[in-house]
Design a protein around this ligand. Structure first.
Ligand code: ZN
Length: 88
């Protein structure tokens, strides 16, 4: 029997490995523009975060998201993420 591999990514907040589907992707394009990628298909450098306000706060405080994407992240992005998390 084959074991199905589920792609896993590390959350920027809690640093746990989670199935990609359970995470939200933040992506930085070639042009350096940061956006929340809800389709998971945008090109660029990506960072992942759980759909949890706790993780978002952790990532915000530690500036891990900034470090991962090697850019500064607009408050707008954090607000967009927060809105996504409210729906869950
Ligand atoms: Zn997390």
């Amino acid at each position: 029997m084959k074991i199905k591999k589920i792609p896993q990514r590390m959350c920027t907040g809690c640093l746990e490995m989670k199935p990609k589907k359970e995470l939200i992707r933040v992506v930085k394009s070639k042009e350096g523009e940061v956006s929340v990628d809800l389709t998971g298909k945008k090109n660029g450098r990506g960072a992942y975060i759980c759909k949890s306000v706790d993780c978002l706060q952790k990532a915000f405080k530690s500036k891990k998201l900034e470090k991962n994407l090697e850019t500064s992240i607009d408050e707008k992005i954090y607000n967009t993420l927060k809105e996504q998390m409210k729906d869950e």
